[in-house]
Design a protein around this ligand. Structure first.
Ligand code: PLP
Ligand code: TYF
Length: 393
């Protein structure tokens, strides 16, 4: 029956990790996949997570099914974190999701059910899974201009012009902060322009928020989301706690859909629940229980903010150290690396140079030039500097 099934290409990012694992060279460095590692090269277990996990285990609660839309305490805590008081809670339909990816899948299916003819726009470039998820849900996916390689930044004029000419109802996927893959974010003034054109053209924004707190602070990184909500715009927010709680494999995320009023939110939630029920029935218990416990306990929440700040500061230190090291090695023109936010850096290296990094120096990054600077540490930094200096001279 499966004789005609063709072999699918590997995920470009996760496939690279497979290649990295198979590499026998001792000093190999993986700057491919977006996973934060601490100064000793380990994926951290946050103290707040360790404490909440211990409390949960000691409580000996059984692992029953959660409701279809997830743990109520979790959904409420997420709504508070994401929106604060920018919108009435009863206007927002929230479902716990399987990471940020799961939230994107649920909103993609829901939008395709309700507005199958809408177009979907993602940034050029974007996280590859954005295109894949919306294509698989049945949409035509196109791009709006975003990254300007010559100016090393965002071409916001071109972006706004593209949104200006989009059909009303077009779904626009925006990166709320820490753009993946480039690291270049919109400024507050840029966001105002984007918000204005979303209102004017009646577009449906999805703010994908996978890195809240990795750029500046929880508060500042969430400002665009709160501004959209406060402007009364119907839209969605997809939250991931994979990175911000270092809970990658627990699959903790949420979808929040901002509706016109409480009645509409109730109707939307009822449809989202059908999608969940027919896809995976209900979400897993443990990760969401941990996040809910931390977010709702003031001391634990303060502890989380401080640990999140620690991850953010360490990434910024590594960016600075990388630029300083490259400059000291005689390579010039790397300052853009410290102007970027989050875990990723569009280095500006060409595909050829990235292949040379991999083949000659065992330093793994994406062919697009994207490096995960959150995987740099004092031990691998010099190797990476030497390798980049070598391929860029
Ligand atoms: N959205 C963006 C922009 C991402 O970079 C990621 C990265 O993993 C996700 C969503 C998905 O996150 P998760 O691993 O929680 O599914
Ligand atoms: O961009 C990244 O590296 C992260 C991790 O299919 C990731 O977002 C990469 C690919 C993928 C799922 C997660």
């Amino acid at each position: 029956i499966f004789a005609t099934v063709q072999r699918a290409p590997r995920d470009p990012i996760l496939g690279l990790t497979e290649q990295f694992v198979a590499d026998q060279r001792e000093h190999k460095v993986n700057l491919g996949v977006g996973v934060y590692q601490d100064a000793s090269g380990k994926v951290p277990v946050l103290e707040c997570v360790r404490a909440a996990d211990a409390d949960l285990s000691a409580g000996g609660k059984p692992y029953g099914y959660l409701p279809i839309d997830g743990l109520a305490a979790y959904d409420n805590a997420v709504a508070d974190l994401v929106f604060d008081d920018s919108v009435e809670r009863d206007r927002v339909a929230v479902v716990q999701s399987l990471g940020g990816t799961g939230a994107l899948k649920v909103i993609a299916d829901f939008l395709h059910q309700t507005r199958p003819d809408a177009g979907v726009l993602i940034s050029a470039p974007s996280w590859e899974n954005h295109r894949a998820i919306f294509t698989r849900a049945g949409f035509e996916v196109a791009e709006y201009p975003y990254y300007d390689a010559d100016r090393r930044g965002v071409d916001v004029d071109a972006m706004v012009a593209a949104l200006q000419s989009a059909e009303p109802g077009t779904v626009v996927v925006l990166h709320a902060c820490c753009h993946n893959p480039t690291g270049y974010d919109l400024s507050p003034a840029d966001w105002e322009r984007v918000l204005a054109v979303v209102v004017e053209r009646d577009l449906f924004p999805i703010l994908d928020m996978a890195y809240q707190g990795f750029a500046t602070s929880l508060e500042a990184d969430g400002a665009a989301v709160r501004a959209f909500a406060a402007a009364g715009i119907n839209g969605a927010v997809t939250t991931s706690f994979s990175k911000t709680f270092s809970l990658y494999g627990e699959r903790v995320g949420a979808l929040s859909v901002v509706c016109a009023d409480a009645d509409e939110a109730g109707r939307v939630l009822s449809q989202l629940k059908i999608i969940v029920r027919t896809t995976y029935s209900n979400p897993p218990t443990h990760g969401a229980a941990i996040v809910a416990a931390v977010l709702t306990d003031p001391a634990q929440r303060a502890g989380w903010e401080s640990e999140l700040g620690g991850m953010r500061d360490r990434i910024k230190q590594m960016r600075t150290a990388l630029v300083d090291g490259l400059t000291a090695a005689g390579a010039t023109g790397w300052e853009h690396i410290t102007a970027q936010n989050g875990m990723f850096s569009y280095s500006g290296l060409t595909a050829e140079q990235m292949i040379a990094l991999r083949e000659e120096h065992a330093v793994y990054g994406l062919d697009s030039g994207r490096l995960c600077v959150a995987a740099l540490n004092p031990t691998n930094l010099d190797r990476v500097i030497t390798a980049i200096a070598a391929v860029s001279n």
